[in-house]
Design a protein around this ligand. Structure first.
Ligand code: F0G
Length: 473
């Protein structure tokens, strides 16, 4: 053995029963990223008001801000971009997108939108009347805001385990049927236009809902004529967890499970920027003609004509092709597998993260990691800033800053979950990038007592986490 390698532990022999696997693609185009110095990062985060949303992308080394619109498209998708039919009306790419949505999600009618919140706006305006209550398996920021802007109130009916970062429940996205039934009794079914069900649940840490639970929600609400609308943004990732964890689904494909989930619902809103592997796009899909008719009419007010909804023809083609790729079992194993790889490295070092590890990212438990910071000092925001300062890795706060204020009382929400999300873009980074990220989290954790709390010095009115500014205490 040469002296240079003598310090290394002998490599374990391959186990014939547990063969390694790698990503089901090879890399054809690369995009350079920039390494920065500690001084550059110090200046950049201060100029950004300690908000990672306000950093310039070129000051970021490994960008785990979001998995939204950050995927690498395939050569087949890029080829489709050249086939964009940019006619104002009736683009062939619209019909292809409609066909792929019907094939993979199974709904009858498609309304394209520029991204997920465009679909949420239209759906909320069509279905919600002032005074309505919309139960959901935890809130999502834009979804809840559009429900509120339409005069509705969101009500959280997720199981309690979802609010406990340490609970190992395999389906923390499940609805607590008792909470839902209570709500129906309290408000009356007429005040509940639909139940909003996300798969996977972003704010809970990318946690899935089981098909069994979704079926129960469907059975309970159908008796009272209440619709079920899915947030299908990460439904294919949810289907992977069902395949891996729910009895009876191990031999079923992701595509089959997605179809079965959609069959338990009346429609969906979709941010295609996640599962569907594109940089922009979304849609609303429904089965009811009346809902479709009104949505198709409203889309021309807010998004664009009903055969493009704010997307270029080429964008619709990329979404159509991305839908098909997102449902491939080997793609999904590699996608979620990379998230699990990063999460398991952190767990092995005893770093507190949300468990089980979610589908689109690893969520650091900032309350547990920075116990010296009270929630008024925004521990998750502070941790995201500290991580950037250490290595140029950009993460996102998902805690009190994201939760915002109660629209009636103006009080700040104090969510139980105070998380930093390391969100993994699809098909973009390698295992070596994940190692760099893991080591940076480890080193910040090593000197966690030195991470200062933050004070908010600027607070915008809507979705404040995007533009709020802070100072170190
Ligand atoms: N629903 C979920 C579950 C989401 O995660 C998002 C976006 C949306 C709806 C809205 O879609 O951005 O296309 O308008 N989530 C991004 C994120 C922003 O980083 O998690 P959009």
């Amino acid at each position: 053995m040469s002296s240079s390698s003598s310090h290394r532990a002998p490599a374990p022999r391959p186990d014939p029963a547990r063969r390694s696997w790698a990503e089901p693609f090879r890399i054809k185009v690369v995009e350079p990223v920039r390494l920065t110095t500690p001084e550059q990062r110090e200046r950049a985060i201060r100029e950004a008001g300690y908000n990672t949303f306000l950093l310039k992308s070129e000051d970021v080394y490994i960008d785990l801000l979001t998995d939204s619109g950050t995927s690498a498209m395939s050569d087949w998708q890029w080829a489709g971009m050249m086939l964009g039919d940019e006619a104002y009306a009736g683009s062939r790419n619209f019909y292809h997108l409609e066909e792929m949505m019907q094939k993979y999600y199974g709904y009858r009618y498609l309304v394209p939108t520029h991204q997920g919140r465009g679909a949420e706006n239209i759906l909320s305006r069509v279905l919600i009347k002032p005074g309505d209550v919309i139960p959901g398996n935890m809130y999502f920021t834009t979804t809840r805001l559009h429900q509120e802007l339409a005069g509705g109130t969101f009500a959280d009916v997720i199981i309690d385990e979802a609010h406990d970062p340490a609970s190992l429940h395999p389906f923390k996205g499940n609805v607590d049927l008792n909470k839902l039934e209570d709500l129906m009794q309290r408000h009356g079914a007429a005040r509940i236009p639909y139940v909003s069900i996300a798969g996977t649940v972003n704010m809970a840490g990318g946690q899935p809902i089981s098909l069994e639970n979704l079926r129960q929600v469907r059975a309970l609400t159908a008796r009272h004529g209440i619709k079920v609308i899915l947030d299908a943004t990460r439904l294919a990732e949810n289907a992977y967890f069902i395949q891996q964890r729910e009895p009876g689904y191990a031999a079923r494909s992701i595509a089959e499970i997605v179809r079965e989930m959609c069959a338990q619902s009346d429609g969906c809103t979709m941010s295609a920027k996640k599962d569907s592997l594109v940089n922009i796009g979304g849609f609303l899909a429904v089965n009811d003609w009346e809902v479709f008719e009104e949505a198709r009419n409203l889309v021309v007010v807010y998004e664009g004509l009903h055969t493009y909804g704010g997307m270029a023809g080429r964008d619709m083609e990329a979404v159509a092709r991305g839908i098909a790729e997102s449902m491939q079992d080997d793609h999904m194993r590699a996608r979620v597998g990379q998230v699990l790889y990063l999460g398991n490295r952190l767990l092995a070092w005893g770093i507190p993260i949300v468990q089980p590890i979610g589908g689109h990212g690893v969520f650091l438990d900032a309350r547990a990691l920075l116990p010296h910071l009270p929630q008024e000092q925004y521990p998750a925001q502070a941790l995201a800033a500290a991580l950037y300062l250490d290595s140029g890795v950009r993460a996102m706060e998902r805690g009190a800053v994201s939760a915002g204020r109660n629209k009636e009382t103006g009080e700040e929400y104090r969510p139980k979950l105070e998380l930093v999300r390391l969100t993994i873009p699809r098909r973009v980074y390698t295992q070596a990038h994940m190692d760099v990220v893991a080591e940076s989290v480890y080193l910040v954790h090593e000197r966690r007592e030195q991470v200062p709390g933050l004070r908010m010095v600027y607070e915008p009115k809507y979705l404040r986490f995007f533009q709020a500014r802070f100072e170190a205490r």
